[in-house]
Design a protein. Structure first.
Length: 247
């Protein structure tokens, strides 16, 4: 449950090694969260030190949806009601690789979309039963309008964005909610070696925006915020022009 001051007390991070996810968790702990569960594939050993929080590790495999419900229920047994659940797993991959290996493309989509559907539905069930809590869905501007340069990844993010919005509507009135986060290009491990796009951001900047969104109970968060206006235009560009966007 949230503490006496209304701050987040418990956090579950699915994808416990994610740069963005860990940056969000660190800020939540700094703001008063006391119990954290980091769920990642092959998790083991001593948990990391995150401020003064009590940290638990759980094994989590995004590619095995049949295990997701048990992970979420185990997390709730460890720390109690879940105030914030952050699915922060996925793979970027290369469009050229996917063009050459459609099986690899399908496997990536199974994690980037299918894994989030499973984890999101299980998390929503838990939050609905609690009557409170926020599911933070890390979408992307890549899914707002899919570009030819990364259309396998972008199409999975488009599906995830639509799923998250629908799930948020389904939870309306239950006390639980969904917050959709749409970052632009994030400079970090996943994009190492790539040329940053205009209006790029860092994991820390995404985390700061997520914390602000949680405080204001926003439904959608753009990072940076000016991308909202940019994509209001991008969405309506004629397709012939959109095809010529830089690869």
């Amino acid at each position: 449950m949230k503490n006496a001051l209304g701050s987040v007390d418990t956090v579950l991070l699915l994808g416990g090694r994610s740069e963005i996810g860990l940056a969000i968790v660190e800020r939540l702990v700094r703001d008063g969260a006391r119990r954290v569960v980091l769920a990642a594939r092959g998790a083991g050993g001593a948990p990391p030190v995150i401020g003064a929080a009590e940290v638990h590790l759980l094994d989590f495999d995004a590619s095995r949806p049949e295990t997701h419900g048990e992970v979420i229920e185990t997390a709730a047994k460890l720390v109690g009601d879940l105030d914030v659940v952050i699915p922060a797993f996925g793979v970027l991959g290369s469009q050229a690789v996917y063009d050459a290996d459609p099986v690899a493309a399908a496997e990536a989509v199974a994690v980037n979309y299918g894994g989030h559907v499973s984890a999101g539905l299980y998390a929503a069930r838990r939050l609905r039963e609690q009557g409170h809590g926020t599911l933070v869905v890390l979408s992307s501007v890549a899914g707002v309008r899919v570009r030819r340069a990364n259309f396998v990844y972008g199409s999975a993010k488009a599906g995830l964005d639509g799923f998250a919005q629908g799930l948020g509507d389904a939870l309306h009135g239950s006390g639980a909610r969904v917050m959709v986060v749409r970052p632009g290009f994030v400079v970090g491990r996943m994009t190492e070696g790539m040329s940053p796009a205009p209006m790029s951001c860092t994991p820390g900047e995404v985390a700061d925006a997520v914390i602000a969104g949680l405080r204001s109970e926003a439904e959608v968060v753009w990072v940076p915020g000016r991308l909202r206006a940019v994509f209001a235009v991008m969405r309506v560009l004629p397709r012939a022009i959109w095809r010529r966007m830089p690869r």
